[in-house]
Design a protein around this ligand. Structure first.
Ligand SMILES: [Zn+2]
Ligand SMILES: [Zn+2]
Length: 152
């Protein structure tokens, strides 16, 4: 995203638009970017400091880190902020790297399709969200432990 400093009026401006998902060029099989990155930014110049604040939103196709299922989830960065000293008012500032960095940071946590995702059985590959497999019966704690949980 390019900002032409000459286009910023004294009271600042609001920029809304979108960037192609290809600006997020990460080799992360856990998070796939295929929808545009939308921005809604307040841009102003204070002396020779460029100030950018606003919101970035997109939708990411994640791969659950436990069960490997693909799922889509919105991603929102509410406090995107850039401050940059400018030397020449005729300059054009490129914010693409700043946007990329913030988004990559935001998806660096291990994604889960649901907070309670039970994952897949390491021995037979059964998706434990859809039901338990025979091997997990032997491995898991006694049925009484399950009963205790129900009581609570
Ligand atoms: Zn999952
Ligand atoms: Zn199993």
């Amino acid at each position: 995203m390019l900002i032409d400093l000459r286009s910023i009026p004294p009271h600042g401006l609001t920029a809304r638009g979108e960037e192609a998902p290809s600006i997020i060029d990460i080799q992360d099989p856990g998070a796939e970017f295929y929808r545009p990155i939308q921005y809604d930014l307040d841009i102003s110049l204070a002396g020779n400091i460029l100030l950018v604040r606003g919101r970035l939103t997109t939708v990411v196709r994640f791969t659950c880190s436990r069960c490997l299922k693909k799922f889509e989830a919105p991603l929102e960065i509410k406090d995107f902020q850039v401050q940059r000293e400018v030397t020449d008012r005729g300059e054009t500032i490129d914010l693409t790297d700043d946007i990329r960095t913030d988004i990559i940071l935001a998806v660096s946590v291990k994604p889960l399709c649901q907070p309670e995702c039970r994952g897949i059985c390491p021995s037979c590959g059964q998706d434990l969200n859809q039901g338990s497999c025979d091997c997990s019966v032997e491995r898991s704690v006694s049925p009484f432990a399950e009963l205790d949980k129900i009581k609570f």
